[in-house]
Design a protein around this ligand. Sequence first.
Ligand SMILES: [Zn+2]
Length: 218
Amino acid sequence: MSNIVDVLADALADAVVDTIVPAGEPWMGVVPRGGSLRIVDLEGNQAVDTLFYNAADFHEHYSAQDTIQAQASLYLTVGSVLRSNRGRALLEIIGDTCGRHDTLGGACSAESNTVRYALEKRHMHSCRDSFLLALARADNGMNKRDLPPNINFFMNVPVTPEGGLTFADGISAAGRHVELRALMDVRVLISNCPQLNNPCNGWNPTPVRVIVHGPGSP
Ligand SMILES: [Zn+2]
């Protein structure tokens, strides 16, 4: 299992992007076709709410429904192909030292904070706020309509035998990572979750590291 030192050592000098995203902050960037995106859970049990788009046309975006149907599984790990709302392959997961990523839990919001926790949690910063902030900063025509159901990397959301969802303790740990190969030019939108009311991140949101390599890199 990689530890942080290993992860730092194998982050090659030719990375196009190598940045730390603090908890509660968004990040947006592009991974070229054939390039890779690695997200490192630096301190463990962080939830990384993530969306992907065709970089040339943001109306084509990650689709949980198409992805789940095509792979006949709710969870994502190595070999999972992330599909768009047009059924096309956006990215494939090529590395995963966590082992489970959620497709169903969605992004936290003022509304979900109110329903899941308490009315007085409504004002707290949420992933939806971070997504909207990133779209506003990008100023590229994307808006609320362009926020479909997202992936939660490193988040553990077991489905009960009755078909319900539970938010369980995280199974990730410091230094674990997920890596994806882009199968077309993709735009990435991340909200590094600020949630303080959910056991999935140990009630302690923490930073993640985002590393992008160009085509031809390992
Ligand atoms: Zn969140």
